[in-house]
Design a protein around this ligand. Structure first.
Ligand code: PFF
Length: 458
């Protein structure tokens, strides 16, 4: 077995470093930008509850499986799975999982970088005091101004792509690890401060109630399926990101414990973001259902009104850029190490090729908010299509293949000797979820993505 193999790309210096890096991957725009707006669009409390159940019973088990594959394979996602499939006498076609992951990573990064660019633009605006005393209407028109300008969006997207490439070019330890260790705790503290501000200045009671009081009359199968897709996206599952991070994990570190910590931190950050944002949305008379612009329009009103909001807001957006940055690094890393291992090129070259590809594809997302907003693929704008294709099709497809491969095709002794789950109940639950619950639930997501679910399941 692979117990003593190590990755040729380096290793995390400690368990904490891995936890922070994996949390850095998980915590990103998905928590602070996407979670609030899709919770707003899907009715609040019941959606949040279903999301948490998806994280617990589907997300965490898949996360364990994914990190297991990386830690055992120690190579890029395609080669890791091929290596394991060889040893388990399984078809090498399972390496398709790795390929789906690499493609999904670059497609997500292409639009993720554009949204991160919005965050950068807002950092500058906040820092220069443009937001001071802005009202809800002003915030809405400022957002509309930004997204209608393709050149400005391209400039920010380009800057973000360059900083992503620079960190990955430096490698795992000196680039990523040292940055994550300092900045993740800072993000958490600022988010807490924002929740306190929102409690004092916003309509905390109604915001809290909207987010945590489950009204099941609003729930449809689609709500469940969107929550499941978000669990994949937010926990960085189904595309090899955590597989790659697992491949840098030293052999004595326990996978299950670390995964539970990462998933908990990710969920706490999403909930805090919701608690910071909804009270402000309500007290400023903004719409819950306004979609991708939600945080940019609510937070600006909050920062504009609060004492010290200029400084506080600037810091917040900087940390949000950072959160996006640590996630984008994990989106690109699978392609980078695949390029290095397959074509024997330097990390720098690989970083340029991968970031350049995501940058180029990002132009599609940029124009989907302005000059190309009429271009429709299956009735969606380019941005909506890419989000849909990745969250609803590619990540779940990767996830389902991972659960089947790990749950059914790898020998139990090999898994048990690596995962070492002591509690019998937990072990049985993990197997149940990986073999049965998760694949079935994910199939439902896929059917929804293909437009079958509501007819079949309701
Ligand atoms: N989890 C990130 C977020 O919530 O912003 C996005 C992401 C990163 C998705 C890495 C998938 C991934 F592999």
């Amino acid at each position: 077995m692979a117990i003593n193999r190590t990755s040729s790309h380096g290793e995390w210096s400690s368990r904490t470093a891995f936890i922070l890096a994996a949390t850095g991957s998980a915590v990103g725009l998905g928590n602070i930008w996407k979670f609030p707006y899709i919770t707003g669009e899907n009715g609040g409390g019941a959606f949040v509850l279903i999301y948490i159940l998806c994280v617990l019973f589907i997300g965490i088990p898949i996360m364990l499986a994914e990190v297991y594959l990386g830690k055992r394979g120690r190579l890029n996602p395609i080669a890791s799975i091929k290596y394991i499939a060889d040893r388990e006498n399984r078809s090498k076609n399972w390496q398709l999982i790795g390929l789906i992951g690499i493609v999904a990573g670059i497609l997500i990064l292409s639009y993720y970088g554009v949204i991160a660019g919005w965050t950068m633009a807002y950092t500058v605006r906040t820092a220069f005091g443009t937001l001071n005393n802005i009202d809800a209407l002003g915030a809405a028109s400022m957002f509309a101004d930004l997204v209608s300008d393709p050149e400005r969006l391209l400039a920010w997207h380009t800057i973000f792509s360059i900083i992503t490439a620079i960190v990955v070019a430096k490698g795992v330890k000196s680039g990523l690890e040292s940055a994550v260790v300092r900045l993740m705790p800072a993000l958490l503290v600022l988010l807490l401060a924002l929740v306190i501000f929102s409690a004092i200045e916003g309509d905390f009671y109604n915001g809290f109630k909207f987010m945590l009081y489950p009204d099941f009359s609003q729930v449809t199968w689609t709500t469940v399926l969107i929550a499941l897709g978000q669990a994949f996206f937010s926990l960085s599952l189904g595309m090899g990101a955590l597989m790659v991070y697992g491949s840098y994990l030293s052999s004595e570190i326990s996978i299950p414990q670390t995964c539970v910590i990462v998933a908990s931190l990710d969920t706490i950050v999403a909930l805090l973001a919701g608690l910071a944002i909804f009270p402000i949305v309500i007290s400023s008379g903004l719409e819950m259902t306004q979609g991708p612009g939600l945080i940019f329009q609510t937070l600006t009103v909050a920062f504009g009104a609060m004492p010290g909001g200029q400084l506080f807001g600037t810091l917040f957006f900087i940390l949000l850029i950072f959160a996006a940055w640590t996630s984008s690094i994990s989106l690109i890393e699978p392609m980078i190490i695949w390029l290095i291992e397959k074509y024997n090129i330097s990390r720098i070259k690989a970083a340029i090729i991968a970031a350049g590809t995501a940058w180029l594809l990002g132009i599609g997302t940029i124009i989907s908010f302005n000059v190309g907003s009429e271009i429709k693929i299956f009735n969606m704008t380019i941005f909506e299509f890419l989000d849909y294709l990745t969250s609803n099709i590619l990540l779940p497809m990767g996830g389902i293949l991972i659960t089947i491969f790990v749950g059914w095709l790898i020998s139990k002794e090999n898994i048990d000797s690596e995962l070492k789950i002591k509690s019998r109940v937990l072990k049985a639950s993990w197997y149940f979820s990986t073999r049965i619950l998760a694949p079935i639930a994910v199939i439902i997501v896929m059917l929804n993505a293909l437009g079958f679910s509501t007819n079949i399941f309701l």
